[in-house]
Ligand binder design. Structure first.
Ligand code: 6PG
Length: 251
């Protein structure tokens, strides 16, 4: 496992490092394959990253050759304040002029998350075509991952059936009772693990215990799903601020 842990004094510095990694991977993918396929995380943390990438300093990225996917999405219309698509669209996709038919948002305005998970998987299969790895899975160039305080990533929550899925690319999932929107769609472990570059971005003291358990704890992966997202053929980079890394012994 080619783990690469980088700890920064502040959250903005960790976000800046994430932006630079994204830029490096985007240019490399566009040069090598003519396109950059990225799966975005949701929630609060990536919003600062989206805002930074929309600035002129990153205008030279291959935005016109970037295919935007989502690692997960809350099962609600995009008008909902908690929509991951809405956050990314407002802060990044619209400002950089993302190409409409390269924006692959998850279908979450319906009434059947299981059917819509299948629909998203079918759209991914149409997009990737035969360009799959030997195990029949798609290979993203970049998977942007967050970390929940309970150790979840994407919508892969502790002790949930979605963690065991090793065939489907997309499944319906259920967030714990405390979540505003419990129904979710999520990419599965085999898809996220195969990204050429997996980048975790986690900041804030409220993530410190989850980070400690994830990187140094002994709980089984079912109790800390981020432990399942180890690279298969690519590499993983973990970007933390000092607060999120505060409980790590080896830092
Ligand atoms: C989501 C995310 C999820 C997120 C973590 C951390 O849709 O909520 O994809 O996995 O990354 O919950 O969220 P915050 O960045 O808001 O702490």
């Amino acid at each position: 496992m080619s783990a690469d842990l980088r700890i920064f004094e502040s959250a903005p510095e960790a976000v800046d490092a994430a932006a630079k990694l994204w830029a490096e991977c985007a240019h490399e993918a566009a040069r090598a394959r003519g396109t950059f396929r990225i799966a975005l995380s949701g929630g609060r943390t990536p919003k600062a990253l989206f805002f930074l990438l929309a600035k002129p300093a990153f205008a030279d990225l291959p935005w016109d050759r970037t295919e935007f996917f989502w690692g997960d999405e809350r099962y609600a219309p995009i008008s909902h304040g908690e929509s991951n698509f809405r956050g990314a669209n407002d802060l990044l996709l619209t400002p950089v002029g993302a190409v409409a038919d390269r924006i692959h948002k998850m279908p979450t305005a319906g009434t059947d998350p299981v059917k819509d998970a299948q629909r998203y998987e079918e759209s991914l299969r149409r997009h990737f075509g035969e360009a799959l790895d030997p195990d029949g899975f798609p290979v993203l160039d970049f998977a942007l991952q967050g970390l929940g305080a309970d150790g979840h990533t994407a919508s892969l929550f502790p002790e949930k059936p979605a963690l065991q899925e090793n065939v489907r690319w997309v499944v319906a999932a259920r967030a714990p009772g405390s979540a505003t929107i419990r129904d979710r769609l999520t990419l599965t472990v085999p898809v996220l693990r195969r990204a050429r570059r997996i980048v975790f971005l986690a900041t804030g003291r409220e993530k410190a215990e989850a980070v400690r358990e994830w990187l140094e704890g002994t709980e089984p992966p079912e109790r800390c799903p981020a432990k399942l997202i180890t690279p298969l053929g690519g590499s993983r980079t973990v970007l933390l601020d000092r607060e999120a890394a505060d409980l790590l012994k080896n830092r």
